[in-house]
Design a protein around this ligand. Structure first.
Ligand code: HEM
Length: 638
C-alpha cells in the first residue's frame, strides 16, 4: 500500500474513532506516527479489512452436512491479522479446547467443575454446572463466574420503551441477523437436550448448564439452581472434521445478505417456494390475503389446534420463529412477486428464469439498501458508517472488492449482535384501524406459533403495531418476556445469561482482547476500562471477575457507553464494522458493485437507493393506509 493511501486510511480510521469518542487525541496521534513509521501493524479501518480478508479466506471453507445443506464454517477473529506476533494475549482456539471430543476422561473433564447442590427437589443429587467441557475458562484456568450471576449483576429485568425506535427497527435488525446466522444446535437445550440440569446431563459433553447462585436476585426464593444449556453443534461433533482440530460451529445460513429466509440456502429449499412461471414465488390467496403456502406444519410446534397455517418459506424453521419475523418474510415474498410482475409487464419476452433472477436481485438489493442506508445509520450513526466505508453519500459504484475474500461470519458478530436482545419488547401489541390497542400477546407465548397471524384481523393489527409500537431501549435493561423465551418448557430461562454462556461455548476471547484488536487500550487493570465504561459498571466487573482478561466479551459490550451518534459501544461497533465490511466487500453480488455482468446501471442503482422501509411497507403490508416516512422511527410531531 502506498504511503498516501495508508496515511488517508489512518486518518479516516482515527477520525472516525475520534468522532465516536473512542480514543483520546494522543492515542490517535500515536497510532498515526507508529503506523507511518512502519513500526507496527495496522489496527483497523476501511482498507485494512480488504487486506485482512485475504487471511480470512484461509479460514473459510465449505462442507456438506447431512447430504443436503451447504454449510459455512464460522470465522473466529484469530484471523484478524494485525494482532502482533509474540504479543501473547488470549487465543480463542486454545480456550476452545477440543478435549470434550477427543477422549479425555470424564474425571479429567470435570476437574475444574463448579459443583453446586440443587436444593429442594432431590437433596441428594449433585448437579455439576459449568464443567470444563471445553468452554472458555478464566486466565487462571478456573471456571468463570456463573453466566447468570454476570447477567443479573450487569443487566436488569424491566421494561423501558424507546422513544426513538419502533418495533420495525428491532424486527428488521433481527431479520437481518438471522439472514446471515443460524448456528446449528443453539436451541437443542430447549427441544432435545432438556436434561442438562439432571444427572444424565453430566455424561453429555454438550451439556454445560448455567449455575444459579444461592443469592440470585430473582430466583433465590425458588429452588431453581441450574438453567438448562447445551453447546452448539460443531463440525467435529458431526464427524466432518477430525476432532484433533479446534471445534468450529456450523452456520446453517449463507454468510451473505441474500434474503435466505425467503429463498432458502440451496436449490432444494428454493424449489419448495418457487412457482413454475413468470418468475414468481408460490403464493396463495387465503381470506383475501396474498400469502405463502401454509403447509410447513412441523415448523409451528406451538400453533393452537385452530391455528392451521404455518408458512412455507425458503427457511421455514427460521421464518416461523416469531410473529413479526414471519410478517417481514411475507412482505419480502410479496415484494418479489410485485417486482416480477412489473418486470414481466415491461419485458414480455423474458422467460421464467430471467424474471425470477432479476426480481430476486432487485429484492435483495432493496433489502440491503434499507438495512445499510436506512436502519444501520440510525443505529450506528450515519457519519460513522460513512467514515468506515460502509455507505456512500453519492450514487456511485462501490470500489474495493477482494476476489480472495470468501464471505463468512465472525463468531464475535454472532455473539456481539445479541446485545440487540435488549432492544426486544416482549409484548406484541395489535391495533385496530383507528390505532386503538386491540390485543396484547407475550412474545414468549407466540414463538413458533405463526398460525395466529391469519386469525380474524390479526395480520392487519400486527402490522399496525410493527410501525406504531415502541421498541425496547438499547441499554442494560432486558424485557422479562423476551428474556424468559420458551418458558413453558423450562421452569426458568434467561436469554441474556445464555448469550454470555454461548460466547464461552463458541470460544470467543475475553473483552480485553477485542479492545486491543479494535485499537483501544489493552487494559492492565479494571480502571483502564473507564475510557469506555462508567465507573458503576467497572465496579461491578471488578466484583465479578478476578482478572481483566477474564471479562466476557458480552459482559464488556453491554457495559460500554454508546459511541457518539450510535446506540452501541465501541467494541460492538468495531465488530459490526468488520463484519459489514466483509459482507459488502466480499460479496461479488453486492448491489453497489459496478463491474460485473449482472451489475445494475447507475440509473437502476439510483432507483434501488431510493427504496425505503415506508414505501416497502405500504406496498406489502396489509392494514396500513398511512405511515411515517422514517418508518423505523416512532410516530411523532413532524
Ligand atoms: C424479538 C425477540 C427475540 C427473541 C425472543 C430472540 C431469541 C433468541 C434465541 C432463543 C436465540 C438463541 C440463543 C442461544 O441458544 O444461543 C437467539 C440468538 C440470536 N439472536 Fe435473538 N431474539 C430476539 C431478537 C433479536 C434481535 C432483535 C436481534 C438483532 C440483531 C437478535 C439477534 C440474535 C443473534 C445474532 C443470535 C445468534 C444466532 C445464532 O446463533 O446463529 N435477536 N435469539
Amino acid at each position: 500500500m502506498v504511503g498516501l493511501e495508508k496515511g488517508m486510511e489512518l486518518f479516516w480510521m482515527g477520525f472516525a474513532r475520534l468522532q465516536a469518542g473512542v480514543i483520546p487525541l494522543i492515542h490517535f496521534l500515536s497510532i498515526i506516527v507508529e503506523k507511518l513509521l512502519g513500526l507496527g501493524l495496522l489496527v483497523n479501518g476501511v482498507l485494512l479489512a480488504i487486506m485482512d480478508s485475504k487471511t480470512v479466506s484461509r479460514q473459510a471453507r465449505l462442507a456438506i452436512h447431512n447430504g443436503v445443506l451447504i454449510l459455512a464454517r464460522m470465522h473466529n477473529s484469530e484471523s484478524w491479522v494485525w494482532q502482533k506476533k509474540n504479543e501473547g494475549g488470549i487465543n480463542a482456539v486454545k480456550m476452545r479446547s477440543p478435549c470434550s471430543m477427543c477422549g479425555v476422561s470424564q474425571k479429567d473433564r470435570c476437574k475444574n467443575s463448579d459443583v453446586r447442590r440443587r436444593r429442594g427437589l432431590k437433596e441428594d443429587i449433585v448437579i455439576r454446572v459449568e464443567t470444563d467441557k471445553g468452554i472458555r475458562v478464566s486466565a487462571s484456568g478456573e471456571p468463570l463466574p456463573s453466566a447468570r450471576r454476570v447477567r443479573t449483576a450487569l443487566l436488569h429485568t424491566g421494561r423501558v420503551v424507546d422513544n426513538n425506535f419502533n418495533i420495525a427497527a428491532l424486527q428488521f435488525a433481527g431479520f437481518s441477523a438471522a439472514d446471515v446466522s443460524f448456528v446449528d444446535g443453539v436451541l437443542d437445550y430447549i427441544f432435545s437436550r432438556t436434561y442438562c440440569c439432571e444427572p444424565e446431563g453430566q455424561a453429555d459433553p454438550r451439556c454445560v448448564p448455567i449455575a444459579v447462585p444461592d443469592d440470585d436476585p430473582y430466583l433465590r426464593v425458588t429452588d431453581i439452581r441450574c438453567l438448562n444449556f447445551s453447546r452448539a453443534q460443531t463440525f467435529q461433533d458431526s464427524g466432518c472434521i477430525p476432532t484433533t482440530l479446534p471445534p468450529e460451529q456450523i452456520n446453517f445460513q449463507t454468510p451473505t445478505l441474500d434474503l435466505s429466509i425467503v429463498y432458502g440456502v440451496n436449490d432444494e429449499a428454493l424449489a419448495l417456494v418457487r412457482g413454475s412461471e413468470k418468475g414468481l414465488l408460490r403464493m396463495e390467496i387465503r381470506n383475501n390475503r396474498y400469502v405463502p403456502p401454509g403447509d410447513a406444519t412441523s415448523d409451528c410446534s406451538q400453533n393452537m389446534p385452530n391455528e392451521t397455517v404455518c408458512y412455507r418459506f425458503g427457511y421455514s424453521s427460521l421464518g416461523n420463529f416469531d410473529l413479526r419475523l414471519a410478517t417481514i418474510t411475507i412482505f419480502f415474498a410479496r415484494e418479489h412477486n410485485r417486482i416480477a410482475k412489473a418486470l414481466a409487464a415491461v419485458n414480455p419476452c423474458w422467460a421464467d428464469d430471467r424474471l425470477f433472477g432479476v426480481a430476486r436481485q432487485i429484492n435483495i438489493a432493496t433489502f440491503c439498501n434499507i438495512l445499510v442506508y436506512e436502519l444501520l445509520p440510525l443505529l450506528l450513526g450515519y457519519e460513522n458508517m460513512l467514515n468506515y466505508g460502509l455507505i456512500s453519500d453519492k450514487i456511485e459504484y462501490t470500489t474495493a472488492y477482494d476476489s480472495h475474500a470468501e464471505p463468512n461470519l465472525y463468531a464475535e458478530f454472532v455473539i456481539g449482535m445479541r446485545y440487540f436482545h435488549t432492544f426486544a419488547e416482549g409484548r406484541i401489541k395489535t391495533y385496530d384501524a383507528h390505532y386503538r390497542e386491540s390485543a396484547e400477546y407475550s412474545i414468549s407465548d407466540t414463538l413458533f406459533r405463526t398460525g395466529l397471524i391469519e386469525q380474524n384481523h390479526t395480520f392487519e393489527e400486527i402490522n399496525r403495531g410493527t410501525f406504531y409500537q415502541k421498541s425496547g431501549s438499547l441499554d442494560d435493561i432486558v424485557d422479562p418476556d423476551a428474556k424468559k423465551f420458551y418458558s413453558k418448557f423450562h421452569r426458568a430461562n434467561d436469554l441474556l445469561a445464555i448469550d454470555i454462556q454461548r460466547g464461552r461455548d463458541m470460544g470467543v476471547r475475553g473483552y480485553n482482547a477485542y479492545r486491543r484488536l479494535c485499537g483501544m487500550k489493552y487494559a492492565q487493570k479494571f480502571d483502564d476500562f473507564l475510557d469506555t465504561m462508567d465507573v458503576e459498571k467497572v465496579d461491578v466487573l471488578k466484583k465479578l471477575y478476578k482478572e481483566v482478561d477474564d471479562v466476557d466479551l458480552q459482559a464488556g459490550i453491554t457495559s460500554e457507553r454508546h459511541i457518539q451518534g450510535g446506540y452501541v459501544g465501541p467494541t460492538l461497533f468495531c465488530i459490526m464494522v468488520k463484519q459489514l465490511q466483509l459482507l459488502k466487500y466480499g460479496d461479488r453480488f453486492w448491489f453497489e458493485r459496478g463491474d460485473q455482468f449482472h451489475s445494475f446501471t447507475l440509473p437502476q442503482l439510483r432507483e434501488v437507493r431510493g427504496t425505503t422501509m415506508a414505501r416497502f411497507a405500504c406496498d406489502n403490508a396489509e392494514g396500513l393506509d398511512r405511515i411515517q416516512p422514517k418508518a423505523f422511527l416512532n410516530v411523532g410531531f413532524g
